[in-house]
Design a protein around this ligand. Structure first.
Ligand code: PRX
Length: 638
């Protein structure tokens, strides 16, 4: 078993060992899994190239650890519970044995359709159990899954498919989110016009919306399952993988216009997602874990699918949204399934807070024992509301800081063990060595300090590369500061040595917990025919955390501002997806630029925040007059 931390002393001891003898520490954790062959070498690394190899020479398949090894002991226990978008629709439950069979069947379907080890498979599905099954089936045959969130546009999908040269897509006819029906297959059809690498599309029936099925390319999930059933193919031997073989690619935004494919590998990710799941949430056998994220994001990968299943836990997945049919939906789900651990995002908490306490009437919430938060800084008001009204002051709150690139939780209280402080992710987990640096890369030592957050030693769950472009990985994460992994986040360490993440220090926004690059949004806005140039910044938003504020220069003949605004929003939706739509668009005649042509975003950020009194030094601007114009037209009250 993974070494469980049971007290603050044990946390300290584990932490010290993980720093003094990292290899021995992680080898101990890795021992608890099923390996076809043990590793030759625990760790080999340098952050220069970078080259990071954990458990080299080890052979395994992560699905044998998620499924097969539980069959004897807990084959009849529930692995997955699914709650539909519509509360009237019957829930579904899968025991470990049932999930095992479903995964094996679908793995055979993948093989029958030509998929093999090393192939990249794009998954674009709603939050239905078949999404988790598809993910695991890919891992079973050694294919590399690239899940794309169901809210992304055809263009975004096409970019991701092309980048990874996927040979197959798994999707569904449609999906539901609240009152909306999303036409997934039709979006895929639009995307695939640009993707000749895709030879096969497997389509699950979910919404029964009419779809076009392209001859020779598209097949129905259900038909393919029938074929393997007829052939009696209920088992599927797991492919033997090297610990450092790729497990999945997950695209995320950075400060450039193009999202990057973060690569995670089989062995290290397995050990890290399970270790963090069991320790941070203090998971006890039999507990029901409800992570409200979508599997299209890393949180869903690590804490709906892999972490819980590796731990033999019961993982609950929910298709819908927290506010439909009403703002009591999460609480109904908690009561219905006697959820013990609830893991959600500050944006959801803030949104539910805005409905007041009425939606909580008649909800017991007495099954809850631990609460988690992820994705963005949690403001104190939301923290206290979560604590008082959901946890009834009986449930520890664990504010977990981590990233797509880190694979699992990095800085967080061990639930019920590490004393918490609202707004603080508190202390690093064992194996994680954070350091704060100033702009020059000099370490900021001691407590009561702030700086840019870096990590100075590898951990098993960290990214290995960005797909197809290793140099980009080096430049993005390992070149800003020598010998350090740079997170892109600002951070303060208080007098007690507790960490508080203050937000991104690069041009990345965090909107409702979704990571969006300002350059990506600008590129999308600039696609609109009447736009000459644009600059995008974030500003504080009461529910979303950050809102998107766009300053846009249009061609002089622009006459209907309202219509143009709508057209721009439509364009961004088409190019990226609705999540990237600006909250405010201000039309301007110029942007504040330095003499060398660089946009001074600092000034735009201040204006967007409504803090125009002190814009700092504007003397280096090419045309200081433009700032006055932008200031007077700022959309502060919209
Ligand atoms: O800025 C940090 C913020 O989200 C970023 C990572 O986004 P993503 O890769 O999409 O992963 C989100 C889910 C793990 C980080 O660089 N972030 C994440 N968790 C927290 C956070 N900021 C403050 N507190 C957190 N708990």
């Amino acid at each position: 078993m993974i070494q469980k931390i049971n007290s603050l002393e044990e946390y300290q001891a584990a932490y010290q060992k993980s720093v003094a003898q990292p290899e021995a520490f992680w080898a101990d954790q890795a021992e608890s899994f099923t390996w076809r062959k043990k590793w030759d070498n625990v760790l080999e690394w340098n952050f220069r190239e970078p080259s990071i190899k954990w458990f080299q020479g080890g052979k395994l398949n992560i699905t044998e650890n998620c499924l097969d090894r539980h069959l004897n002991e807990r084959g009849d226990e529930t692995a997955l519970i699914w709650e539909a978008n519509d509360p009237e629709e019957h829930f579904r439950k899968f025991t470990y044995r049932e999930l095992y069979t479903k995964v094996c069947q679908f793995a055979n379907v993948l093989k029958n359709n030509g998929a093999k080890k090393g192939d990249r498979i794009c998954i674009y599905m709603p939050m239905v159990p078949e999404l988790a099954i598809a993910v695991l089936a890919c891992a079973r045959i050694g294919a590399i899954h690239s899940v794309v969130f169901g809210g992304f546009s055809a263009q975004s999908i096409a970019d991701r498919i092309q980048d990874a040269q996927c040979s197959m897509v798994i999707t569904s006819d449609g999906g539901y989110r609240g009152t909306k029906e999303i036409q997934l297959k039709s979006v895929i059809d639009d995307a695939l016009v640009q993707c000749p690498s895709v030879k096969r599309v497997i389509v699950l029936t979910r919404s029964r919306t009419p779809v076009s099925m392209i001859k020779g390319r598209d097949v129905w999930w259900e038909d393919e399952i029938k074929k393997v059933e007829t052939l009696g193919m209920t088992e599927c031997a797991a492919e033997e993988m090297d610990a450092e073989d790729m497990l999945f690619i997950l695209y995320t935004s950075g400060s450039t216009g193009k999202p990057k494919g973060v690569v995670h590998t089989c062995g290290g990710y397995m050990v890290y997602s399970a270790y963090t799941f069991q320790n941070v949430f203090q998971y006890n056998p039999g507990e029901v874990h409800f992570c409200t994220a979508d599997i299209g994001w890393i949180t869903g990968h690590s804490y709906i699918v892999y972490g819980p299943l590796l731990s033999g836990a019961t993982s609950l997945m929910f298709e819908g949204i927290p506010t439909w049919p009403d703002a009591g939906r999460f609480w109904d789900i908690v009561d219905k399934y006697k959820v013990n651990i609830l893991y959600t995002a500050p944006t959801a908490i803030r949104s539910l807070m805005s409905f007041g306490l009425d939606p909580l009437k008649g909800k017991e919430l007495s099954s809850l024992t631990k609460l988690g938060s992820v994705g963005e800084p949690i403001n104190e008001e939301a923290w206290h509301w979560y604590d008082e009204h959901i946890g009834k002051k009986q449930c520890p709150i664990t504010d977990t800081w981590w990233q797509t690139e880190t694979g699992g939780i990095m800085i967080a209280p061990i639930a019920g063990i590490t004393p918490t402080k609202p707004g603080y992710a508190t202390l690093p987990l064992p194996g994680i060595q954070p350091i704060l640096v100033d702009e020059n890369g000099k370490e900021v030592q001691g407590n009561g300090v702030s700086g840019n957050l870096c990590i100075k030693f590898p951990w098993p769950g960290m990214l290995r590369t960005t797909y197809g472009d290793h140099e980009r990985c080096r430049l993005n994460y390992f070149s800003t500061y020598e010998n350090l992994y740079f997170t892109g986040d600002g951070c303060l360490r208080d007098e007690d040595g507790y960490y508080r993440i203050t937000g991104r220090v690069d041009d990345v926004l965090n909107v409702s917990g979704h990571r969006i690059g300002t350059a990506e949004v600008e590129n999308a806005i600039n696609m609109y025919s009447d736009v000459i140039e644009s600059a995008v910044v974030g500003y504080p938003h009461a529910v979303k955390g950050q809102g998107i504020y766009a300053f846009v220069i249009c061609t002089p003949h622009l006459n209907d501002e309202e219509l143009t605004r709508k057209d721009i929003l439509m364009t961004v939706s088409r190019i990226i997806g609705p999540i990237a739509k600006p909250d405010k668009i201000q039309f301007v005649s110029g942007l504040p630029k330095t003499r060398s042509g660089k946009i001074m975003r600092r000034i735009l950020r201040k204006i967007a925040e409504g803090d125009v009194s002190n814009l700092g030094d504007t003397s280096t601007l090419l045309d200081p007059q433009v700032v006055e114009e932008i200031k007077s037209g700022a959309l502060l009250s919209v």
